[in-house]
Design a protein around this ligand. Structure first.
Ligand code: GLN
Length: 535
């Protein structure tokens, strides 16, 4: 008989933004390093069905899984820390749960019963958890929000009941709390954390493990006090002060011994953790290198790294791999749009290369096109991501005299619709669930820059877009100075373009950043950073 899956539930108390996601991902990392198969799942209290329609300015980047789920950015952390590709089942928003219950009701599945939060919604949440955990040694579930919020109550209740359903021995509850420091009295205070534990208890869950976050390192006496008031044994309390790099967190947690405590409590027999490769990566990530490359991010959402989180992580990882510091400068695409050629040159002065980011809608589009034109003409290394590819094609068309060339997303009546929707997408432009999402295979032209950086001609990458290169213009590309160097296997869709006779101008319809890992940076980003070093 297959061994029963063990469940770890990670909740948060006191306040939000404590790094609950990083904590869950770090525990996953430490268990995987012990040879266990581990899955991660995020339960979000939002009533959205997925993250596809959420504003990135408020919620940060929308992460896309290989099977095309549009998720919260925490899934990106999960993939980077676990180094596994996750699926839709790892992201459960409350809207998805309610949708399932309501659809079941409509389909007559409840056979006349009164459909209620308890037991029907509770059992639907548990089904989502159970389904995602199949086949794994350990399944880690992070509950979004803060315990005590009305919003997340049903998830908290569902995981309490889950303990009864699968047996308390098979479940472990980790509560992430916060220890504030009072400068005036030079003290770390545990009261808010005590209250947070009481709150969780009040909902019927006794935590097995506490992770106590603090800005400054808290003294060991905090453990004693927390233990006394919360009833959690001292060895099951991990202090987690702010780390210089998020990738340090698994190592800090390992030093607290908490992963062994977790394995012991769950009755998991494991081999010793092999953390050496991770340790090496963390060392490289914290090093200051002799070389620095300056990358301009041509973006519409300014100054909030969360909106382009995977892009930043991919650039940094590519820097470590190339033994170079990556210095990132924000360039406001919207402002660039009004600038003359000389002013664009001035704005891009001092950067060694640019990244043209993905995006939707009209804002910032002209600036992205101008930046693309500049990079093509002046042989400035450029990496285009999704909308970045579309802007590059427009830039090339316009530079070749097709004035007013555009995407129909921005100008439905353009004379030169070089980017447009495929026939089956027409009329569905502003709705959810109508995009090309997730993994698609792509064939690269042998000898192209893209094939060179990948070291292969057959790749699979993740997509999230509605518009495509218009095939009516494809035979003109060479005369515009670009080449379609990556196509869908049937040749119908352009997936990669590059500028001809350019040190590095590669743009993809897919988002390579989603597949980059701190320890295995993505070839496109590695190649881009390497090209800046050669200049
Ligand atoms: N707005 C473009 C499209 O829908 C690009 C999307 C993106 O950059 N992710 O095709």
């Amino acid at each position: 008989m297959a061994k029963a899956t063990k469940y770890i539930f990670v909740t948060g108390g006191v306040l939000s933004g404590l790094g609950k996601g990083i904590t869950a991902a770090s525990i996953a990392n430490l268990l995987k390093a012990r040879g266990l198969s581990v899955n991660l799942q995020k339960c979000d209290p939002y009533l959205n069905v997925d993250a596809g329609m959420l504003n990135p300015r408020e919620h940060g980047e929308c992460f896309v899984t290989k099977d095309g789920a549009e998720t919260d950015l925490d899934l990106g952390h999960y993939e980077r820390f676990l180094d596994e590709e996750l699926t839709q089942s790892s992201s459960v928003m409350q809207g998805r749960v309610l949708l399932r219950v309501i659809e079941d009701e409509r389909h007559g599945k409840y056979q006349g019963q009164t459909v209620q939060i308890v037991p029907h919604v509770m059992s639907a949440v548990q089904d989502f958890i159970k389904e995602a955990s199949q086949g794994f040694d350990v399944h880690i579930v992070e509950i979004g929000g803060t315990v005590g919020d009305l919003e997340s109550q049903s998830f908290v209740e569902a995981i309490r009941e889950f303990g009864l359903r699968v047996g308390r021995d098979n479940c472990l509850y980790v509560h992430v709390v916060y220890l504030p420091y009072l400068g005036a009295s030079h003290e770390t205070k545990t009261k808010p954390a005590q209250n947070a534990v009481r709150e969780l208890r009040g909902m019927g869950i006794t935590p097995d493990v506490l992770v106590a976050r603090s800005e400054q390192p808290a003294g060991r006496h905090a453990i004693g006090k927390l233990s006394m008031f919360s009833g959690v044994e001292p060895e099951a309390i991990a202090l987690l002060p702010n780390a210089p790099s998020i990738y340090q967190v698994p190592l800090t947690l390992e030093d607290t011994g908490i992963a062994d405590v977790i394995c012991h409590k769950l009755g998991l027999k494991t081999k010793k953790a092999d953390l050496n490769p991770w340790r090496d990566m963390v060392k490289r990530s914290m090093k200051t290198y002799d070389h620095t490359v300056r990358v301009g991010i041509i973006a519409k959402y300014m100054d909030n790294e969360d909106t382009y989180l995977c892009v930043f992580e991919a650039l940094r990882a590519a820097g470590w791999w190339n033994n170079t510091n990556v210095d990132i400068t924000w360039i406001d695409a919207e402002k660039l749009g009004d600038k003359t050629e000389a002013e664009v040159a001035a704005a891009l002065q001092g950067v060694n290369g640019i990244v043209i980011t993905g995006g939707f809608g009209t804002r910032g589009v002209e600036g992205k096109i101008k930046a693309a034109q500049y990079a093509m003409a002046h042989k400035l290394p450029c990496l285009g991501l999704c909308y970045g590819l579309q802007m590059s094609v427009i830039a090339a068309a316009r530079a070749a005299g097709k004035m007013g060339a555009n995407t129909t997303e921005v100008d439905a009546d353009t004379k030169y619709p070089v980017i447009t929707t495929m026939a089956d997408q027409k009329g569905r432009e502003n709705t959810g669930g109508t995009m090309r999402l997730g993994d698609y295979p792509c064939h690269l032209t042998a000898g192209s820059k893209a094939a060179e950086v990948y070291g292969t001609t057959k790749i699979v990458e993740r997509h999230r877009h509605r518009y495509e290169c218009n095939n009516d213009f494809r035979d003109q590309y060479e005369s515009w100075g670009i080449r379609a160097s990556g196509l869908s296997p049937d040749g119908r869709l352009v997936e990669v373009i590059e500028a001809i006779d350019h040190p590095f101008y590669v743009a993809s319809q897919f988002h390579p950043e989603f597949k980059s890992r701190p320890n295995r940076p993505h070839p496109m980003f590695k190649g881009f950073v390497a090209s800046m070093l050669q200049k």
